[in-house]
Design a protein around this ligand. Structure first.
Ligand SMILES: Nc1ncnc2c1ncn2[C@@H]1O[C@H](COP(=O)(O)OP(=O)(O)OP(=O)(O)O)[C@@H](O)[C@H]1O
Ligand SMILES: [Mg+2]
Length: 250
């Protein structure tokens, strides 16, 4: 299970979860995506957002089970939508330390049939993000190629360290460069810095800034449905190969 996480907003977490999951599915992998963001952009991107929707919110609140809320959205892709009540979870006060393990407990023995499980996290480091981290063996951090990209990364690293200490195990960390402008000097600088901060963690493929990637969720489509020949589609297909074959920059 992979938490797609970065507490910084707008770096490409949802775009990556949406299109990487569909790319993996097209490589014959069985994929589950979980929308853990009250904004529910992933559910919208896959075209399954509804009013008064049930989803992972109701599972975490102890009222439904995973099997009640899972939906098949594409061939080989299953989704657990956010659910209208997901925002309530960020304000959950009861449960003490157990509040962080609700997702892990809910998914126990229920996700074995999937080759990949991707969790789209909200842009915060509250209870929902904690639940994703405590349930995942791996994290994928999208980093956008702009001036503020590096801001907050050291805080994110200390959160990962805290999780590793709590669970007494290592978390596999991956980084993907997103919204990348190949010819921009700044993007190259960010790439160099990221590589020095995260040696042996950065995937080979950088996702280029592509207008169609921003447009497709508005139609409830992935990039492979909306514009399968654009740079963004090509990049996410290559990223899926990076994930499957562990192709990293060095
Ligand atoms: N490679 C790209 N090219 C062009 N636009 C992109 C690209 N990646 C993401 N975007 C756009 O940038 C915005 C932010 O992306 P996205 O929603 O994936 O980020 P996020 O990290 O999930 O944001 P949030 O923190 O709000 O959940 C969206 O409008 C999205 O369509
Ligand atoms: Mg998002």
């Amino acid at each position: 299970m992979i938490a797609v996480i970065n507490q910084k907003g707008g770096v490409g977490k949802t775009t990556t979860t949406l299109n990487l999951s569909h790319a993996l599915a097209q490589s014959d992998k069985k994929v589950l995506v979980i929308d853990l963001d009250p904004q529910a952009h992933l559910s919208a991107g896959y075209g399954v957002l509804r009013q008064e929707q049930q989803g992972i919110a109701d599972v975490l609140l102890g009222e439904l089970e995973v099997k009640d809320v899972i939906e098949e959205v594409r061939e080989n892709v299953f989704i657990i939508p956010a659910g209208s009540r997901l925002g309530e979870l960020e304000h959950l006060t009861k449960g003490g330390a157990k509040r962080g393990f609700l997702l892990k407990e809910a998914l126990k023995n229920k996700i074995r049939k999937f080759d990949f499980v991707l969790v789209d996290c909200p842009p915060s480091s509250g209870i929902l993000g904690m639940n994703a981290l405590l349930a995942s063996e791996e994290v994928l951090v999208p980093v956008s190629g702009d001036f503020f990209a590096l801001q907050g990364l050291s805080r994110l690293m200390s959160i990962f360290q805290h999780i590793e200490e709590t669970l007494k195990r290592k978390t596999k960390k991956w980084v993907v460069l997103t919204r990348f402008h190949e010819r921009r000097k700044l993007a190259k600088e960010v790439k160099g810095k990221i590589l020095s901060y995260f040696p042996d963690c950065v995937f080979q493929t950088a996702i280029r800034e592509t207008v169609a990637l921003a447009e497709s969720p508005g139609f409830g489509q992935t990039i492979f449905e909306y514009q399968p020949k654009c740079n963004g589609a090509n990049d996410y297909m290559e990223l899926a190969a990076d994930v499957i074959d562990n192709r990293l920059l060095s």
